[in-house]
Design a binder for this molecule. Structure first.
Ligand SMILES: NC(=O)c1ccc[n+]([C@@H]2O[C@H](COP(=O)([O-])OP(=O)(O)OC[C@H]3O[C@@H](n4cnc5c(N)ncnc54)[C@H](O)[C@@H]3O)[C@@H](O)[C@H]2O)c1
Length: 249
């Protein structure tokens, strides 16, 4: 039977690239995003590879909308085999004491609560069907400490805790949960962030041993590998994909 993947933040960047890459493997895709424009664009690109796809508009920071995207995927495709739990925002790039409580709540709500809700509802349907595979998007900032991203970094460290602890509870039941920790990757999110903070772009590139940013396609390749049966014995891992950035810290 054709497998199905849910991809949050599927309307842009890492989510869109992964949707296209997984479609090339013959996997049906449920694209979840707040952006209708981005989500519909991904659906079109995915369908061009001959698989089926739907766009589900949902804000991952709202538990009821998370439940809704899982229910709608089940109604449409009958299973959720793979989950790329990826939607996230970066924040303003200010020092922590210059950030507002609203910004802290927004980043935690989307990046951490959104990811926790996603795993909560997706793992439930996966376990009823005998298991499945999840990849959570962390970040270099989830592996090391960095200035100007304190709240973001806290949420991404949280993603790694979620990943490892899910394995402790459910690996025996057929669930695989891994995390990726990309360094700066050329997506719209990073372009916007670096446009507002040009000095940080220079610092970021010069601090990467390979002296370039990553590409969304490179990340999509890793996620597809981790989600599909080729990675059947990889569980609870955090795979860094950052041109050597965190290895030199
Ligand atoms: N690009 C990088 O350098 C980089 C590095 C490390 C980690 N990440 C992480 O990768 C993930 C994807 O980032 P990206 O670079 O592809 O960014 P992006 O901005 O290109 O894409 C993110 C997508 O998430 C969607 N989104 C935002 N808030 C949402 C919400 N509340 N509910 C549903 N969808 C929402 C946006 O509409 C957008 O389509 C994020 O979790 C980010 O923290 C990115």
């Amino acid at each position: 039977m054709t497998k199905t993947a849910i991809i949050t933040g599927g309307g842009s960047g890492l989510g869109q690239s992964t949707a296209i890459r997984m479609a090339q493997e013959g996997i049906n895709i449920a694209v979840v995003d707040v952006s209708e424009k981005g989500g519909n664009e991904t659906v079109e690109k995915v369908k061009a590879h001959g698989v089926d796809a739907i766009f589900i508009k949902a804000d991952v920071s709202k538990a009821e909308e998370v439940k809704k995207y899982v229910d709608e995927t089940m109604e449409k495709f009958g299973s959720v085999d793979y989950f790329f739990n990826n939607a996230g925002i970066s924040g303003s790039g200010k020092y922590y004491l210059d950030t507002t409580i609203e910004e802290i709540e927004q980043i935690v709500g989307i990046n951490l609560l959104g990811a926790l809700y996603g795993v909560r509802y997706v793992a439930e349907v996966m376990l009823k069907n005998g298991g499945g595979a999840i990849v959570n998007t962390a970040s270099s900032a989830g592996v090391i400490g960095q200035d100007s991203v304190v709240t973001y970094s806290a949420t991404k460290h949280g993603i790694i805790g979620l990943t490892k602890s899910m394995v402790a509870e459910y690996a025996k039941d057929g669930l695989r949960v891994n995390a990726i920790a990309p360094g700066p990757t050329e997506t719209p999110m990073v372009k916007t962030f670096f446009e507002a903070n040009p000095q940080m772009k220079e610092n970021a590139t010069s601090g990467i041993p390979q002296k370039r940013l990553g590409t969304p396609e490179e990340v999509a390749e890793l996620v597809t590998f981790l989600l599909t049966s080729k990675a059947e014995y990889i569980n609870g891992e955090v795979i860094r994909i950052d041109g050597g950035f965190t290895s030199t810290k």
